[in-house]
Design a binder for this molecule. Structure first.
Ligand code: SAM
Length: 277
């Protein structure tokens, strides 16, 4: 049998389709989410419903966002799901989560076995809606989960780590082997829980400045920050802000990046050009 065919559906690579087939893994994810009736639960990429069915069984209704037209059509006529789902057949990267939370009158609980090809930009999209989100549970490549949970001074610590931890408390939940999926992916996977901070521990005045500094620092991660951030901060300014100029991007904590961003926002003349933010 073709190993890309699952429940009569030919898995589409361009949509990052790897369907969960392992009941133990499915049950573990659902108990980690712990959905309760009355909550506003949203699934990204329900696919053939491996997670949707057990979650919907606990709910009166839930929302799903599925880009693949054929899969959305299957869900529309699914005997156990059709009366419970509000289906948005569209790209989750363009979905307005704030509008949905407003309609629902409460913060959203978002989850999904994410298409790996777009998981990082999709998380950045979701970070812009953290005020509308109560929590998120995602299946990702294990390597991405390692980056999300990393502490500074580690090789896996990067821009994604800083931005994720700026917005959220990040908790690893479960490791998942390739055999739990059809078709079998080449990489290990893991589930992570992201809980947006109700009060940001290190608020910045302008998150675009934080984004710019981290992009610049990690694009040149082998350089010392006196070099990689040299056009934004003098050595004296770095020292004044408590940052050793001989450190590299991975040695600077989230709190320190936020301190740099706030200093720069307060001294806009230091920025080469506003447009590059
Ligand atoms: N949830 C199912 C499971 O666990 O078996 C399917 C997971 S599969 C890894 C990813 C799902 O996301 C697929 O159903 C795919 O069609 C859908 N998808 C891909 N890109 C998407 C996008 N941009 N917006 C919404 N859904 C997308």
């Amino acid at each position: 049998m073709n190993n890309r065919v699952h429940q009569g559906h030919f898995a589409r690579k361009r949509f990052g389709q790897n369907f969960l087939n392992d009941q133990f893994v499915i049950d573990s994810i659902v108990s980690a989410i712990h959905p309760q009736p009355g909550e506003s639960v949203v699934e990204i990429g329900p696919g053939l419903g491996a997670l949707t069915l057990p979650v919907a069984a606990k709910m009166d209704r839930m929302t799903v966002i599925e880009l693949d037209r054929d899969l959305a059509a299957r869900l529309e006529t699914h005997p156990q799901l059709q009366n419970k789902l509000t289906i948005h057949q569209q790209d989750a990267m363009k979905f307005n989560f704030a509008q949905l939370a407003e309609q629902e009158g409460q913060a959203l609980r978002v989850f999904g076995n994410l298409p790996y090809n777009i998981s990082t930009p999709l998380m950045f999209h979701l970070f812009s809606y953290t005020q509308a989100i109560r929590d998120m549970h995602f299946m990702l490549q294990k390597e991405v989960v390692n980056r999300l949970v990393a502490g500074h001074n580690s090789k896996t610590y990067g821009r994604l780590t800083v931005m994720a931890q700026y917005y959220c408390n990040v908790i690893p939940v479960l490791e998942v082997p390739p055999t739990a999926f059809t078709p079998v992916p080449k990489v290990d996977s893991a589930v992570v829980r992201l809980v947006p901070h109700t009060t940001l521990p290190h608020p910045v005045g302008d998150v675009r400045v934080l984004s710019r500094i981290t992009t610049q620092a990690f694009n040149q991660r082998r350089k010392t920050v006196r070099n990689s951030l040299g056009n934004l901060f003098s050595v004296e300014q770095l020292i004044e802000l408590g940052i050793d100029p001989t450190m590299r991007a991975e040695n600077i904590s989230v709190a320190q990046y936020c301190k740099l961003a706030n200093w720069l926002s307060e001294h806009p003349q230091q920025q080469e050009s506003e447009e590059s933010l």
